[in-house]
Design a protein around this ligand. Structure first.
Ligand code: BYC
Length: 314
């Protein structure tokens, strides 16, 4: 084993973060670019189902809050793309791969938001699931990713609370509003559980990622934590969990839940979900439509640089 590899291994063992200029195995770099890139894309694509409701938010307050939340997600994507760039990834290349279907984004965003209650459910359940995953990532071994997660988690916690509050208002509203809330839970419960990825015995990347401490907990452990956290919130809202097999196990202290529809999950990963095509089309249009802005910004930056160099020489 070479010396650089030894230093890397020791840092991982002692929980010393790996920084951009440190030596790292190529496979570690590749794994991080894959995961951080997918995470960044999820933030960008995640703006679409919620953005769909900005013009139709029920009140001015809800509209303002939703706009701020969607804008936060764009900010999260920027931290994450920047973290991926510290590993040598190229942002344009990542975007091209997303549009060509060669890089993934979270399965959850391939479901439509059919009602306002779905927007509340996303804030509460989807951001809630994201927090469980991301709190763990605040201690991931790659420094820039871990630091980005600390900030993202603070904002996601706020999103989760506002989602719960919006849901509470619906659940305590008219019978029709309560039904909208229940329908949204029925639609988003299982997809939220799928966000944690395939079960541990079917997760090809987990063993190596856990050895490198890129992931600190397994997909199933985090999923269980989310279920344990969330069931009481559903009950508090006076709603039901759409899972006839759900029951609290006194011996383990955890909720046991039914079988996830993995066929549905893998179909979505293969591009066959209800909104996969629509989401990628929206990103393609935005990417192509924004080219002139990126080109102009690049020319402007170049001119600024030339000017400041000329001033230094003079
Ligand atoms: N969706 O070996 P596995 C958010 C892929 S958004 C799609 O377990 P890994 C928010 C996986 O990539 C939340 N693909 O993989 C934004 C792999 O495929 P490749 C986003 C999935 O990486 C806006 C294959 O399945 N959060 O916060 O060890 C509004 C095998 O899986 C999914 C993150 O991205 C999925 N659900 O573990 C509101 C968190 N699951 O790449 C909220 C960071 C798995 O080999 N990412 N795949 O072709 C992670 O923690 C991990 O990447 C995962 C998967 C737990 C997701």
């Amino acid at each position: 084993m070479n010396n650089q590899q030894q230093i890397f291994d020791q840092k991982i063992e002692k929980d010393i973060s790996i920084e951009p200029k440190d030596w790292m195995p190529d496979a570690y770099r590749k794994t991080l670019i894959r995961q951080i890139g997918q995470h960044a894309h999820s933030e960008v694509v995640g703006m679409l189902p919620e953005g769909n409701w900005i013009t139709r938010a029920p009140t001015l307050k809800r509209k303002a809050v939703l706009m701020a939340k969607v804008q936060d997600e764009a900010g999260h994507a920027l931290y994450l793309y920047s973290a991926a760039e510290t590993l040598g990834a190229d942002r344009d290349d990542m975007m091209d791969k997303l549009i060509a279907g060669r890089m993934k984004y979270s399965s959850i965003f391939n479901y439509p938001t059919l009602s306002w209650a779905d927007v509340a459910a996303i804030g509460w359940l989807v951001d809630g699931a994201a927090i469980v995953n991301q709190v763990a990532l605040c201690r991931t071994s790659y420094g820039p990713y871990a630091r980005a997660m600390v900030r993202v988690c603070k904002e996601e916690s706020f999103h989760q609370r506002q989602g719960f509050e919006a849901m509470m208002q619906l659940a305590n509203g008219t019978p029709e509003q309560k039904q909208l809330a229940q329908d949204a839970v029925n639609r988003f419960w299982w997809p939220a559980l799928m966000m944690f990825g395939p079960s541990d015995d079917n997760s090809p990347n987990s063993a190596q990622s856990m050895q490198w401490k890129v992931k600190l907990f397994s997909n199933d452990d985090l999923r269980q934590k989310f279920v344990d956290n969330t069931v009481s919130q559903v009950l508090q809202l006076g709603l039901t969990v759409p899972d006839p097999d759900l029951k609290f196990n006194e011996d383990t202290g955890h909720y046991q839940f039914g079988e996830i529809n993995w066929d549905e999950f893998f179909a979505i990963l293969a591009g066959k979900g209800p909104c996969n095509h629509e989401r990628i089309e929206a990103r393609r249009k935005a990417w192509e439509g924004g080219k002139w802005v990126r080109d102009s910004a690049a020319v402007y930056a170049q001119k600024q640089q030339q000017q400041s160099q000329a001033q230094k020489v003079a």
